[in-house]
Design a binder for this molecule. Structure first.
Ligand SMILES: [Zn+2]
Length: 436
C-alpha cells in the first residue's frame, strides 16, 4: 500500500463552513483528506514540511478556453463580436490536432503553476479528444466539452450540422465523462444563443439533464450580442433559456453583465450559475457584472479567467484582485470584501460544478486538491486577515506546490506532468499554422 502523505506545520485556510484557519497538519490518504488537525503524529507516513506555506483548497476556475491559449496577445482592443469574427473564430477554425494540443498544454501549465486545480473548459468545435487527452495527462480536475455552433454567420470551418454537433458531443461524453478516476467530466458547451439553433439548444438541455452534467455557455456579455438575441427571439438571453426549457441549476453562464430584473429573478429562482470573468469583461469593454448585487440576492457566482486572448493571462490571483477592485468605484470600498472573493475561487466554484462534497474546501473526506503558497514574501507581508493577503497581495508566482487528487502535480514551481521545453520549441510554428 502506498504511504499516506502528512503535510505538517502549514497555515491552513480551510474554507469549511466555519471558515477555520489555523496552523496545523493535513493527512492525505490515496486521493482524499483523511484527517486535519493542529497536530497529527508522523507515525510511518511520508512527511512534507509545509512550514512557511499557506495551504488553501485547490483553486477553481469555472470559465476557461484552453483552445485559445495559443492566441494570447494576438487579439487586443476589439469588442466581443469583432474579436470573435476577425480573430478568434478564424484562429479556432485553423486549429489542427497538434496546435490544439499545444494550446491546451500551454494553458494547463499556466493554470497549474498558479494554483488552479479544477476548471470548467469550453473547447473549440473540432478535435476535442485532444483536449481531453491533455486534461487527463496533466492531472488537473476538469469539466470540458466541445463548442457547439450550428447557426448564423460562422466561418465554414466551425459551422456544423445540428445532428452532427449533438452526435459528436454525445460520443465525447460517452468516451470521457467520469474518466481518470472521476477527475474528468463532460460538460455540453453550445457557444452562445446566437450561434446555436433552437433545436440544438433544446436537445442539449435535455441531454445535459439526462446525463446529469452541466450546460456551459455564454450569455449577456455585450450589448451587441444582446441586441441580436432580442432580434431573433424577441426575448432577452435568460428568458430565451427559460422558454426553451433549460434554465435549470446545471446551466452555467459566463459573464451575465446585461441582465434586467426579470432575468435576475430567473437566475435566483432556478439556481442558474453565473461565471464571472472580470479581466475579460474589462478588456473587451463589455461592462461590469453586478456581482455584489447577485450575491446579495443569493445568486450563485464563481470566477474564471476566460480565454487567454481576452485577458491575457489565466491567473486566478489577478482575477480575484480585479473581482474585488472593479466593484469599489461604483459601490463603495466595502463592496466585494476579500473573503467573498476568495469564496468565488473555492467553495462557490465547487458548488457551481456540483462538486461541493468533493472539493472547494479542506475538510475530512474531501478530495486532496491543495495549493501551497509562500507565506513570507516582501510584497505580501505583514498580514492580519489571510483573505486580504490571498486576494490583494499574493501573486501567481507565490504558488510553489500543487496537489490534485492526492498526487503532486507541481513541485517547486515545476509542473511535473507537462514538458514545458517542448512547448517553447513548438509554439512559434503552431501559432503560424493558426494565424496565417
Ligand atoms: Zn468565454
Amino acid at each position: 500500500m502506498p504511504k499516506k502523505i502528512l503535510i505538517k506545520n502549514a497555515l491552513i485556510v480551510t474554507m469549511n463552513p466555519a471558515l477555520d484557519s489555523f496552523k496545523g497538519d493535513i493527512l492525505v490518504s490515496a486521493n482524499r483528506i483523511e484527517q486535519i488537525a493542529e497536530h497529527i503524529p508522523a507515525n510511518d507516513n511520508l512527511v512534507f514540511n509545509a512550514e512557511g506555506y499557506i495551504v488553501t483548497p485547490g483553486l477553481i476556475q469555472t470559465h476557461i478556453h484552453l483552445c485559445q491559449t495559443l492566441f494570447r496577445n494576438l487579439a487586443d482592443d476589439l469588442l466581443l463580436l469583432d474579436w470573435l469574427k476577425e480573430k478568434i473564430w478564424p484562429f479556432e477554425a485553423a486549429h489542427q490536432p497538434d496546435t490544439l494540443r499545444l494550446s491546451a498544454q500551454l494553458g494547463l501549465s499556466e493554470l497549474l503553476k498558479s494554483g488552479t486545480t479544477t476548471i470548467l473548459d469550453m473547447g473549440t468545435v473540432h478535435h476535442q479528444d485532444v483536449i481531453f487527452e491533455e486534461l487527463t495527462k496533466s492531472g488537473i480536475r476538469a469539466f470540458a466539452g466541445k463548442t457547439m455552433m450550428d447557426y448564423g454567420k460562422i466561418p465554414a470551418g466551425l459551422n456544423e450540422k445540428t445532428h452532427h454537433s449533438i452526435d459528436e458531443s454525445v460520443r465525447l461524453l460517452k468516451k470521457w465523462d467520469n474518466s481518470a478516476n472521476g477527475r474528468i467530466r463532460y460538460a455540453f458547451a453550445p457557444r452562445f444563443a446566437i450561434s446555436c439553433s433552437d433545436e440544438l439548444l433544446i436537445e442539449t438541455g435535455r441531454l445535459a439533464k439526462e446525463h446529469n452534467t452541466l450546460f456551459h455557455t455564454h450569455a449577456s456579455e455585450n450589448p451587441g450580442e444582446l441586441e441580436l438575441v432580442k432580434k431573433r427571439f424577441g426575448l432577452r438571453n435568460i428568458e430565451v433559456f427559460d422558454k426553451l426549457g433549460f434554465a435549470k441549476e446545471n446551466l452555467c453562464l459566463a459573464h451575465c453583465i446585461w441582465l434586467d430584473e426579470n432575468e435576475k429573478q430567473l437566475l435566483k429562482a432556478q439556481e442558474i450559475k453565473v461565471l464571472h470573468c472580470p479581466s475579460s469583461n474589462l478588456k473587451l469593454g463589455s461592462g461590469i457584472a453586478a456581482i455584489p448585487e447577485y450575491l446579495k440576492r443569493g445568486i450563485h457566482v464563481s470566477i474564471g479567467a476566460d480565454g487567454a486572448p481576452c485577458n491575457n493571462n489565466l491567473d486566478i490571483f489577478t482575477e480575484m484582485r480585479l473581482a474585488a477592485l472593479i466593484q469599489k468605484p461604483a459601490n463603495g470600498p466595502k463592496a466585494m470584501p476579500a473573503l467573498d472573493v476568495f469564496k468565488l475561487a473555492t467553495i462557490n466554484g465547487a458548488e457551481t460544478l456540483g462538486l461541493k462534497d468533493e472539493v472547494g474546501s479542506i475538510e475530512k473526506g474531501k478530495k486532496a486538491d491543495l495549493t501551497f503558497i509562500k507565506l513570507n514574501q516582501v510584497h505580501s507581508i505583514p498580514f492580519d486577515n489571510v483573505y486580504s493577503k490571498l486576494v490583494y497581495s499574493t501573486k501567481a508566482d507565490d504558488v510553489e506546490h500543487v496537489m490534485i487528487d492526492g498526487q503532486w502535480i507541481v513541485r517547486d514551481k515545476k509542473v511535473l506532468t507537462i514538458d514545458e521545453k517542448q512547448i517553447f520549441a513548438n509554439i512559434e510554428h503552431a501559432v503560424k499554422i493558426c494565424t496565417t
